[in-house]
Write a protein that binds this ligand. Structure first.
Ligand code: ZN
Length: 113
């Protein structure tokens, strides 16, 4: 991979990491909001809290993937599929800079899961 391309992807990953941190921080503030004693409000709050949890656990996962991708850049293993060791096409990395697998392997995993 060209160094210039790698730098671009690294920048994108760092920005993504920053954004995810911001989202996760604001989400934590949100979940600490006080409950209303009103029954209907309580139900609404619970649903919102559950949705918030689902969203934040997903963001946590994304953040981990971003961190791992940054580590792979440091180790010069970035851009290779963790499963089959093939180079992941740059076009795929530009869309999903934190992806670990090539399209073929990703498809296989989605089939089995
Ligand atoms: Zn693969």
């Amino acid at each position: 991979m060209e160094k210039r391309e790698l730098e671009k992807l690294k920048k994108a990953l760092l920005k993504l990491k920053d954004e995810l941190h911001k989202i996760l921080e604001s989400n934590e503030d949100y979940s600490e909001a006080e409950y209303s004693t009103d029954e209907i409000d309580l139900a609404t709050n619970l649903i919102e809290k559950m949705t918030g949890f689902a969203v934040s656990s997903n963001f946590h996962k994304n953040l981990m993937d971003v961190d791992e991708a940054l580590k792979r850049i440091e180790n010069n293993t970035y851009g290779k599929c963790l499963n089959c060791d093939q180079n992941i096409p740059i076009k795929r990395l530009q869309v999903l800079p934190f992806t670990k697998y090539c399209i073929e392997c990703q498809r296989e995993f989605e089939k089995t899961s």
